[in-house]
Design a protein around this ligand. Sequence first.
Ligand SMILES: Cc1cc2nc3c(=O)[nH]c(=O)nc-3n(C[C@H](O)[C@H](O)[C@H](O)COP(=O)(O)O)c2cc1C
Length: 274
Amino acid sequence: MRTLQELLDLRFGDIGVVPELLAGNEAIRRLAGRGVVRRFKPEPLPAAVLDTLAAVALSSPSKSDLQQRDILIIEDASIRARINSLLKDQDWISGCPHLLVFLGNNRRQRQLHAWRGHAFANDHLDAFFNTTVDAAIALEAFVAAAEAAGLGCCPISVIRNHAEEVSGLLGLPDYVFPVAGLGVGIPATPAFVSARLPLGLTVHRDRYTDATDEKVRAYDKRRNGIFPYRAQRNVARFGEAKEYGWSEEKARHYAVPEREDFGAYVKRRGFSLE
Ligand SMILES: Cc1cc2nc3c(=O)[nH]c(=O)nc-3n(C[C@H](O)[C@H](O)[C@H](O)COP(=O)(O)O)c2cc1C
């Protein structure tokens, strides 16, 4: 079993000495050693497990205590089958025993205004942003709790590739939208620790410091030393690169448009994005 020091060194390169206060903490060690799981045993979890994890997830912080996020647990086999078929490009999703959808919900807040007779005076981008952040926090809290219980999870943003169809299937009204799906179950394969950018690029002190190509290339190299990419993305369009790492993979990924219609969908849900 790897220690917290070993896990963080593996993920970030040399991280320095982990202080004693944290080094022996099992909860922190587990958080540092986590990873997504996309292969699951077929056994379903008792409903009470998902409900309890949802309760723990919704115990996480919420912007101004507005509680603008909900969790939708898909139980109906026909709805699930329709969603599996929409997401069939990622075939692992149909093998998840459970599929949940984390929703941003600004509708309830607007209902409070109608019920209490006060105009809603914040009909601008912040309303969408706050609900998204709240839902993302609950998503992560759910993942952390599920992983602490030995379960496996993988968030699913491709659900937003079909935001309109998914909203129809799940009966989402105006001002309620999917932020991400989440596949959950008992892992069939162990999670692995994927290397992250060095803290020198992602933790700043006092002032922001920009990334450099050189430092990102060094990360590519370190990462490839642990888990090199098995295949290059979209070789037909971009060709075979001599050196292929994270930065080339991510630049190729976002050289192709994704979810270009999401802004229009969010506006149709009623949000003003100005
Ligand atoms: C908001 C969010 C959406 C994601 N969407 C998908 C997805 O649609 N499909 C997928 O296979 N993985 C998805 N992932 C999982 C990431 O690919 C994964 O977290 C990342 O590769 C890092 O791996 P790790 O979590 O094991 O460290 C998503 C993760 C997050 C946080």
